[in-house]
Design a protein. Sequence first.
Length: 288
Amino acid sequence: MTVRPKVVDIHIHIQPWWQLKPEIRDRMAAGKDDFEGLLDLMKNPAHLIKIMDDSDIEKVGLINYVSPDLMGFDETSNDFSAEYQKFAPDRFIAFGSVHPRFVKDADAEIHRLIQDLGIRAVKIHPPHQLFYPNDYLSGMKNLEVVYRRCEEWGIPVMFHTGTSFFSGARIKYGDPMCLDDVALDFPKLKMIMAHGGRPLWMDTAFYLLRRHRNLWLDISSIPPKKLISDYFPRLEEVADRTLFGTDWPGPMVQDIRKNADEFLSLPLSEKAKKGIIRENALKLFESH
């Protein structure tokens, strides 16, 4: 009997989808046969654990962020993520968010998230939150506070890079080049570049990965079969800071295990595959 490798999927969207704006919800539901079942999944962590167990998924990152004006997610989404994590803290890694354009006291809120709620990573989604990751250089002090605290406490910060198909998203904010400033100004901040700038800025993303040792790559929402051929032909060079993710149950992602098995079939060294599919994420989050 062949034993399937254990998988850490650092990027699945477990969020309070009932907060979605109607037009966003309709776009999210398009093409999904069981959208109501996915809504139930957001309220039923035991169901997610069963899915994970059936597919040999060891841990997942519960991606979540505040975007009241574009997506509909308000600050209570942080409480949701923290509560979901409590069901299986050894299996779930809760992400949270401090929105610098809406929060009144960023320092108090980041303390609440990390110290009180037990959130283990922060998600920043520039195209949906409508700011550049380096806007602290233009006076967005709340953003600097979040980076300083996360750097101080060793909390990873994930940045969405690349495009978004949701109405109202501003694609210009997804250019990963802005992360060059963040990596330089906060050299001990653990930074995760979600999606590798796909489909426009992969070369920029790869350059930044080679330039900054505190930057990690999350390969979610990239079709595994095209990961090397079309997106990152030199992935092996940065395999020690690459994390497996799917973006499930987002558009075009039907099954976590299917994506994992397709990734494991790629022409990479066994060391690279083991690191990306599991070991790198465990190392990055080992103290959280």
